[in-house]
Design a protein around this ligand. Structure first.
Ligand code: SF4
Length: 552
């Protein structure tokens, strides 16, 4: 039977929601659920599939197409590339003959990337924009009403369940991360929110009932999902925590939420989080600490609490109404390290990640110096930070930063700051977080080549370069053997000395190209003693294996 509806995933990335592969956003699943509830069969395709083979975009006469797209935070992606404005319009134009609807954060505006204002313009090629909540607006339109809908969890929870099986059509299935919504809107909206952020556009925070989350995750699990991130919310610590700009975390509720997820998906492989407001942790240390302990009790290791720090310059913090000053962020980093710094399965349980933004009002050349000093303090204190993201402001109409910013004024300082961090912070920190010998489980290969690239499923997983030609979507365990500034090099475990391609042999730690050539000439080696006789000991001796090549 052919589909009567087509969902085109142009991918979304917002301060509190990610839907770029391997992530699939809640928008896709709830919109699919609306179609299912109306008895309409739905086909799902992604913008990357269209790029690979434009013929899959053939219009279905009389059917309905919904495209979901929009990036309101600039990012770099490996698993997919969000649709550009031109591509979105081309998709709409090619679907002539269908009812063409567009939805998602693209309605807030479009920019080609950080450092450029996002302009709000009508998107050509489509008949209607689904404003407000995409699922609510679609339901309204299908019922003969307006193309606008206000969000309500009591209505969208059943759609989330009904649309869960759409994940099976994702090209990366079953290696997909389901971004799970627990809240919408930021508590700091009462104080105006951060100057640059689009999350306050969603209004006062609304929290989802645990029952609704349980039902959705049960349905996703039944559909084959094994990887989940409680990522669609601005601050997981304040889940259902009540009113105010910095509500006090409720550790019991966080525990209840995570227990519900675990019981809904007993076979899950990944359970991670995303945003944590460092201002919440600094203001409510004890409750925040207990809430983090609940997270660590139920999540899976390698997790990241992303801190939107933005700057270490108190003047910029004040001018932009940011959530925390540098001392508060430092305190929050310490708390997360104390609760989440222990290793499980070789990797730290939960570490902070830091986001910086350049171009905010009040920024001067000194801002970059203060940022560097802050990171130097983190390094000197022996703390762990999973990653530092440095971006340029992408201001949206309706935010204060749209008119009040210093975009483009410190371009050379921005570049120098990035370079400084790569060289003087990232490399050192990567060696601390993922020392040689660390085993990374279940890496999924996303880019194939002589050097294949992959990542674990999770929140901000480290990029692993594996010097072996591997097929896309291969899943393997690998051991860290070297560090780049933003990635690590890894070899599959066990490390098969007799089977590895020669260029990969030299990545065994402590093996020079000359020694690699000698090993290659002496293969097959009978065992570790023969290996030691040529190469000496290595930090990964216990992972070396000496399987003989099979005679063909
Ligand atoms: S705390 Fe600031 S950056 Fe975070 S969601 Fe709220 S307004 Fe946005």
């Amino acid at each position: 039977m052919s589909a009567n509806a087509l969902i085109i995933d142009g991918y979304v990335d917002e301060p509190a929601c990610l839907g770029v592969p391997p992530y699939i956003s809640p928008y896709i699943r709830t919109v699919a659920g609306v179609f299912a509830t109306h008895g309409i069969e739905t086909r799902y395709i992604t913008i990357d599939q269209i790029r690979e083979d434009p013929r899959i975009l053939a219009p279905i006469p009389g059917a309905i197409a919904v495209m979901i797209a929009g990036v309101t935070v600039p990012g770099k992606y490996l698993g997919g590339t969000p649709a550009t404005r031109t591509e979105i319009q081309q998709v709409g134009t090619r679907l002539r003959g269908m009812d063409r609807l567009i939805a998602g954060p693209v309605g807030f505006g479009y920019s080609r990337g950080g450092g450029e204002r996002a302009v709000r313009k009508t998107i050509a090629g489509f008949d209607h924009f689904l404003s407000g909540s995409p699922a609510e607006a679609l339901d309204s339109w299908l019922s003969g009403g307006a193309t606008q809908g206000d969000h309500s969890y009591s209505r969208s929870d059943p759609w989330a369940v009904a649309g869960s099986s759409i994940i099976r059509q994702h090209p990366s299935y079953p290696s997909i991360m389901c971004e799970i919504e627990t809240a919408r809107g930021c508590a700091r909206e009462v104080a105006g929110g951060c100057s640059f952020c689009t999350e306050p556009f969603y209004g006062r925070p609304r929290y989802r009932a645990i029952d609704g989350i349980y039902d959705e995750i049960s349905a996703l699990s039944a559909a084959g999902a094994r990887h989940f991130r409680l990522g669609r919310q601005p601050d997981l610590l304040t889940f259902n925590a009540g009113p105010g700009e910095f509500p006090r975390p409720q550790p019991d509720l966080i525990g209840e939420l995570f227990r519900a997820v675990r019981s809904a998906a007993p076979g899950l492989r990944t359970l991670h989080i995303d945003n944590i407001n460092p201002g919440t942790l600094a203001r409510h240390e004890e409750a925040g600490r207990q809430a983090l302990e609940e997270i660590v009790r139920y999540h899976t290791p390698g997790d990241v609490a992303a801190f939107g720090m933005e700057t270490a310059d108190p003047i910029v913090v004040q001018r932009n109404n940011l959530k925390a000053g540098p001392d508060e962020v430092m305190h929050a980093i310490q708390i997360v390290n104390e609760v989440g710094g222990d290793r499980k399965e070789g990797i730290p349980e939960l570490l902070p990640g830091l986001n910086f933004i350049a171009g905010l009002a009040g920024e001067t050349k000194n801002t970059f110096f203060l940022n560097e000093q802050f990171l130097a303090r983190v390094l000197a204190s022996g703390l762990l930070v999973r990653r530092v993201n440095i971006r340029q402001l992408m201001p949206f109409e309706g935010t204060r930063a749209y008119l009040d910013n210093v975009l483009g004024k410190h371009a050379s300082q921005f570049r120098a700051f990035k370079e400084h961090v790569r060289k003087n912070f990232d490399l050192m920190m990567l060696k601390r977080v993922f020392p040689v010998g660390t085993i990374l489980r279940e890496i999924v290969i996303e880019e194939q080549g002589a050097l294949s690239f992959g990542r674990q499923m999770g929140s901000y997983p480290i990029l692993a370069g594996i010097p072996i030609r591997l097929t896309k979507r291969t899943i393997l365990d690998a051991v860290v053997v070297d560090h780049g500034m933003r990635s690590i090099t890894a070899l599959p475990v066990p490390v098969e000395v007799n089977l590895l391609p020669i260029p990969a042999l030299k990545w065994i730690p402590g093996i020079s190209p000359t020694t690699a050539a000698r090993i290659s000439g002496a293969r097959p080696l009978p065992g570790l003693a023969a290996f030691h006789a040529i190469a000496g000991t290595t930090p990964i001796d216990q992972l070396l294996s000496f399987t003989y090549p099979s005679a063909q």
